[in-house]
Design a protein around this ligand. Structure first.
Ligand code: ADP
Length: 496
């Protein structure tokens, strides 16, 4: 018997809901041409939740055709208020379905319900922020003298978007918000391990009044559906969030197909710098949020902590104590801060890094082990006595594992902070404005958090330097990424 286009799922909370399984194309859930499907696992129980249908290259083509048709309509070229209305309604529906969306996310990804609820709130906030931008995306009038009239327009595009599995819903909102605000149309592919919340948003988009074909959402794998998006000859722009290696593949595919515009939000190995004058308990709270929030599966995680020698022992003592209090386990328990890692592959990769740290001579301050029993749970892990050449210090682990390094001077801290191929984010903890200015100006990263961490706002742009990516999401900057500038220069005839 073939998989129905909608299945009933019982969540661990006891709630049952109807989960779409098809490809969301032209505002309908449809079968892919080959009717292939794949299983979706719950990382906290290792059980199969359901299967969903898999898009292949020919289905990407169908979805692109839908996006191209929508691009020709009044949605793209008509009044921006119509787009704002859909975004406001969508934000309202996300809020209305917050409990359900958070539970779907927790079941599918393994993250704690606490974390999922935060993601849902940020998702609604971002859609609402984008709603306000719809009628403010303007060009310029350029004065070159009275012989010509010049202006620029911001022209939307047909997009392809590929999102990761660590924040399925939030990353979807960072992609769909600017699409809906600018009049772009899109084909969005969710990550193969976490397709459920994106499909559910398909239902909400219809309810919000989005015209057909504007947003098409497909489930599928990177090497097939993802690659078909990156190399599609009629997609004008691809936006990707994921690993640096895949980012490089996408950029190459974009170059070799039609030189589509590319934005990449990639990996990181972000430094979190603590100076002698920092407030110990507030700083430790931020160090924990920086590395253990979302089980460390955060591209901008503060995974290298640099501590000045005068405060080193105090911070380590408090950091160990507070880390050992973190509640890890059943992600549906409202007290749980750390749920499961998102997949078996990720779980094994993190444990391999932990073992390499131990083998290469680093000291485990706490953690260093999985939690016994079912599910992909790993204890929050702190390493000290590390060397710059160790894999745990150089590579992005994407898990709850942090290396702590001692330094003496401000210049040494800057040098250590920049000793990485990445440049996504950094943290600075001090109340000395001169240190804040010197260090924030010297660190090569797209985001600097001072006396805070993992602290996002829809109006503040996010993205990386160097191997951490190209382009920015959120803020005003993102609208430049989702539009191309057209300059119009009109010669004025001298009439009497
Ligand atoms: P990870 O390696 O941590 O799973 P990825 O960067 O591979 O992260 O995954 C992020 C997203 O990129 C997913 O949606 C995945 O399907 C997609 N992806 C993976 N490989 C490719 C590829 N070759 N082309 C396009 N998309 C890909």
């Amino acid at each position: 018997m073939s998989l129905p286009l909608e299945v009933e799922i019982k969540l661990p909370t006891g709630t049952t809901y109807k989960q779409p399984t098809g490809l969301f194309i032209n505002n309908e859930f449809v079968y892919p041409k080959q009717k292939k499907s794949f299983e979706v696992l719950s990382p906290s129980t290792e059980e199969v939740i359901t299967s969903v249908y898999e898009a292949l290259e020919e289905d990407v083509e169908t979805a692109v055709q839908a996006a191209e048709a929508a691009y020709k309509t009044n949605w793209t070229w008509g009044p921006p208020e119509a787009r704002a209305a859909v975004l406001y309604k969508l934000a309202e529906l996300v809020d209305k379905n917050a409990e359900l969306l958070a539970s779907i996310e927790t079941f599918d990804n393994g993250k704690s319900l606490q974390n999922s609820k935060g993601d849902v709130a940020l998702t609604a906030a971002y859609f609402r922020s984008c709603a306000g931008w719809c009628d403010k995306i303007t060009g310029n009038l350029i004065n070159t003298g009275n012989s010509h009239f010049n202006y620029t327009q911001r022209v939307p595009m047909v997009c392809g978007q590929i999102i990761p599995w660590n924040f399925p819903l939030l990353m979807l909102s960072w992609k769909l918000g600017p699409v809906l605000a600018t009049g772009c149309t899109t084909v969005l592919k969710s990550a193969e391990s976490t397709p459920l919340s994106a499909l559910y948003v398909g239902k909400l988009l219809v309810e919000a009044g989005m015209p057909k074909g504007v947003v098409n959402i497909i489930s599928g794998f990177g090497a097939t559906a993802g690659a078909a998006i990156a190399s599609h000859p009629r997609i004008d722009k691809v936006a990707f969030t994921g690993s640096t290696n895949v980012g490089k593949i996408i950029m190459k595919a974009a170059a070799e197909s039609n030189l589509k515009k590319v934005t990449l939000e990639l990996g990181g190995k972000s430094p979190n710098v603590v100076f002698d004058d920092a407030d110990v308990s507030k700083t430790v709270k931020h160090l924990i949020t920086a590395i253990f929030f979302n089980t460390g599966e955060v591209c901008c995680a503060g995974s290298r902590i640099l501590i000045q020698s005068g405060i080193y022992d105090k911070i380590i003592k408090e950091f160990k104590k507070e880390t050992e209090k973190i509640k890890i386990g059943n992600p549906f328990d409202p007290e749980t801060f750390m749920g499961a890692q998102a997949s078996d592959i990720q779980f094994k990769k993190i444990l391999k890094y932990i073992n390499s740290g131990i083998e290469q001579g680093a000291t485990v301050i706490t953690g260093g082990k999985p939690v016994e029993g079912k599910g992909y749970f790993i204890k929050p892990t702190i390493f000290a006595d590390v060397r710059p050449d160790m894999d745990i210090v150089k590579d992005e682990i994407f898990g709850p594992v942090v290396s702590v390094i001692k330094f003496d001077t401000v210049d040494e801290a800057i040098e250590l902070a920049n000793d990485t191929q990445y440049g996504l984010a950094a943290g600075i903890h001090t109340n000395d404005i001169n240190k804040i200015m010197k260090v924030s100006n010297a660190i090569k990263a797209g985001t600097i958090w001072v006396n805070t961490y993992n602290d996002f706002h829809p109006m503040v742009p996010f993205g990386g330097f160097s191997a951490s990516g190209i382009g920015r999401e959120m803020g005003e900057e993102v609208f430049h990424e989702y539009t191309q500038v057209r300059a119009v220069r009109i010669a004025i005839s001298n009439t009497n």
